[in-house]
Ligand binder design. Structure first.
Ligand code: ZN
Length: 114
């Protein structure tokens, strides 16, 4: 366990910045405190990961939104069955692309470590 400057157990959060997307870091558990403790939990990301991950996250969010629309029937008044089938295919295609890209990113990161 890691302690912050004010002696509490630091918590782990996930970065949402474009320079460190998805990279986890330690910070003070007390929100709004002046502690200012910060330490990376994950090692630095390779440049390729930093380049690809924001786009992947956006694709994933879009796929999740489309899936939510399909499941809840939202937007059904403006979309017909053919549109739903097209959306389902698009979601499936995006999810496959995301899986392949994550495997490539993991491989590239491992190559950089060794
Ligand atoms: Zn603290």
């Amino acid at each position: 366990m890691v302690l912050c400057y004010c002696g509490r157990f630091a918590i782990v959060r996930t970065s949402k910045t474009d320079t460190n997307p998805g990279r986890r870091f330690y910070c003070c558990a007390e929100q709004g405190s002046n502690c200012g403790f910060f330490m990376w939990f994950d090692p630095p990301m390779c440049a390729r990961s930093t380049e690809l991950i924001p786009g992947l996250l956006k694709s994933k969010m879009r796929a999740d939104l489309l899936e939510h629309e399909l499941r809840t029937g939202l937007g059904s008044s403006t979309r017909n069955q053919a549109d739903f089938e097209k959306l389902e295919q698009e979601i499936s295609k995006k999810n496959t692309q995301i899986k392949y890209l994550l495997v490539i990113i993991a491989f590239l990161c491992l190559m950089l470590l060794f």
